[in-house]
Design a binder for this molecule. Sequence first.
Ligand code: 5AD
Ligand code: SF4
Length: 439
Amino acid sequence: MKRFYIETFGCQMNAHDSEKVAGTLAALGYEQAVSPEEADLVLYNTCSIRDKAEQKVYSRLQQFRKGANGKRFGVLGCVAQQEGLRIFERAPHVSLVCGSASYSRLPELISELEKGNRRVTGLELDSNETFETPYTRRDNPHRAYLTIMEGCDKSCAYCVVPYTRGPERSRTRESILEEARQLAQQGWTEIQLLGQNVNSYRDPSRSDYKFADLLREVAEIPGLRRVRFTTSHPRDFGPEIVEAIDANPVLCDHVHLPVQSGSTRVLERMQRQYTREEYLRRIEWLRKARRPIAITTDVIVGFPGETEEDFQATLRLVEEVGYDSMFSFKYSPRPNTAALQLDGQVPEEEKGRRLTILQELQRSIQIRRNAELVGTVQEAAVEGYNQATGQWIGRTSQNRILNFTHPGGAGADLTGKYLRVRVTRAGPNSLAGESLDLV
Ligand code: 5AD
Ligand code: SF4
């Protein structure tokens, strides 16, 4: 039996691509190995969003430079697309390099590899295709990823994604609804709709059918209890999305809306296509919803030209919005991006100082916001049991981790179920509570 191993870096799109690749390989007669040592074919599905992420794949490949024992190595994903043939130079033991826009060619590429071809590539970017396959092997039996669109047509000055994942292309409404219905029939209760710019979704055959329309239809599918989506771009985020969430509680009380900076001047240099005020208007729409919607974000500090004043504007915005959670990063210069041409690079040390200040502020906000939930009753989707703490691990509709005790303890078989939990304690990154009953 031929065996493959796959390790995934980066975002949920990548995690889901790996599920599709794993299913495709299984259909080609491969069995999945749990370690690279046991595999004939070792695949790394890579991320190049920041330099640190990119370096990880090279350090993995380095481990096998010598003594690979006839193993074959493949680099998939964003580093593959970005670096292309250069990967063969840096790591001559690699024999497959394939970007995400070419995954539908994987069966053909793998068969070339098996014929003994030393260097096989899939690097075309102009493909109109999305990677739809009947073979997806989902890792989680309760929560399923579902791709609705791929690629990105925005041109944020710092970002490699338009270059590594190609132009935006949406799947048809019919194929998405069909996949979602099948998932529900097979027992999945939560679906996470994925797209690099999920809310730019448009049915390719009906341009008046938009993301909010799709949300409403997916949420109606019998058997589904939760529907999430990521990632939204503020520019395409309209009030109709909030109205859809309001209309159906299956649509989770959470929106991830990356702001990147609180300074209009920096946003302009980033080519984000919105101002601070326009972003805050979207926050207002969300705050007026009938259910409290958690808002999370991404922020980059130290973008070229960011002054202390700009940074202070970001801190004020973060305070004003009161985000429920945040991912924050130091700007990392990326190949093929417009920001490389900008002057005013911020020294690493200063980026580090700003990041620490921002993260401390966010931590204090999270302590405050989580504390507000003590005493409330929340619905938790159960993800597993933590032996070390003796608590079950749950997640609220707002995407907060809610660890809780249950009279049945470890033997209760709760994973995948939904419970009402009374919140008794709160920390910066999670809540803790006691179970009440199944719902
Ligand atoms: N440097 C630092 N952070 C980046 N991101 C995207 N590109 C860069 C970069 N060059 C961040 C953005 C994005 C998140 C996924 O990663 O905040 O929303
Ligand atoms: Fe990383 Fe972006 Fe590629 Fe996802 S799309 S793997 S975050 S570079």
